[in-house]
Design a protein around this ligand. Structure first.
Ligand code: 4GW
Ligand code: MN
Length: 299
């Protein structure tokens, strides 16, 4: 007989054992922990950090974490890196790849063992939509030329964020998407997909699995190359028709994931926005948006 305490994320039976000791017991019954194509959905309480870390081979390459800090967004970099040092892949090797046009404004960081910061210079694009969308092209190019030789796995994230709880090996997979915090309870008709049939990002109302966030995706370098290449070409095709998808790169990522299902899906714990409140079902908010003054950031 189980006494289930959902708040903790770990299940206890009447003898106080955790689910590690009762492997056939329920894990989470308040959220789906597997997609219809049998990919895990990573929620707190569904994995053991100890077991995952024990599987990690010391000889494997660092994890690559890419982000863009263009123009005024350079102000977000300090908190981003400092909190990543505390919570992102602790005890593992990490290569931070930071794209910026403001090299002079990159602060000094003291990094842990096996962790390196690579600053990559980019020209500044005029339109902010291009800053966001050109990420696809740039991640593709740098992956092909450089990242593929330095890391096995890439995690590609927004910079206007901070880590507030552990993010570790549980996020590693071949192709990884993250559920958008605003739509993980919505039905597919409510997802803000691109609905104009003219766009490459078009998804009709009767299709779609989840609404994924543009601010956290990843996978094996080879998979990230395929994703970013596909999205970049979709952006270009739309541009030629004078069309830009509703939520920019996020819309194209959602279209990609419809036809190339992620092998692992991260819960909104991995990209939380407090704009959507503080629901207890999202037991840990691990990677959260830093509120920004839109008027100040806009140019
Ligand atoms: C409006 O004026 C802007 S500027 C919208 C995005 C801008 C921007 C975005 C920028 O000037 N510099 C920059 O590096 N970015 C990168 O794109 C940065 O990594 C940021 O986290 C990512 C996505 O933009 P965002 O965070 O503003 O998008 P949302 O609000 O959807 O998270
Ligand atoms: Mn953002």
């Amino acid at each position: 007989m189980y006494t289930i305490r959902l708040q903790t994320g770990f299940q206890y039976d009447c003898k106080g054992r955790t689910w590690h000791d009762i492997p056939h017991g329920p894990v989470r019954v308040d959220v789906r922990v597997v997609t219809p194509w049998l990919a895990p959905i990573v929620w707190n309480g569904t994995f053991s950090t100890d077991i995952l870390n024990a599987q990690y081979n010391e000889k494997t390459l660092p994890i690559g974490l890419t982000t863009f800090a263009m123009k005024k967004y350079i102000v977000f970099l300090k908190t981003f890196i400092e909190t990543a040092e505390k919570f992102f892949m602790v005890g593992h090797k990490v290569n931070y790849y930071v794209f910026t046009d403001r090299i002079n404004e990159v602060p000094q960081f003291t990094l842990g063992n096996g962790r390196q910061l690579m600053i990559l210079l980019l020209p500044a694009y005029k339109r902010w939509q291009d800053v966001s969308m050109r990420r696809m092209e740039i991640i593709r190019d740098y992956s092909q030329q450089r990242f593929i030789h330095e890391v096995d796995h890439l995690v590609c994230v927004d910079v206007d964020m901070k880590f507030t709880d552990d993010v570790g090996m549980e996020i590693i997979g071949d192709l990884v998407g993250t559920l958008h915090p605003g739509f993980f309870k919505s039905s597919r008709e409510e997802y803000p997909y691109e609905r104009r049939a003219l766009s490459e990002a078009y998804i009709p109302y009767h299709e779609g699995d989840y609404y994924y966030a543009g601010g956290n995706f990843g996978g094996k370098v080879q998979e990230v190359i395929k994703l970013t290449n596909h999205c970049h070409h979709a952006v270009l095709a739309d541009k030629a028709n004078n069309i830009e998808a509703r939520w920019h790169d996020e819309s194209y990522i959602n279209k990609y994931f419809l036809h190339h299902k992620p092998t692992k899906v991260l819960s909104p714990e991995y990209i939380w926005l407090y704009y959507y409140g503080d629901p207890p079902i999202v037991q840990k908010k691990r990677f959260v948006e830093v509120p920004k003054n839109r008027a100040w950031i806009r140019y």
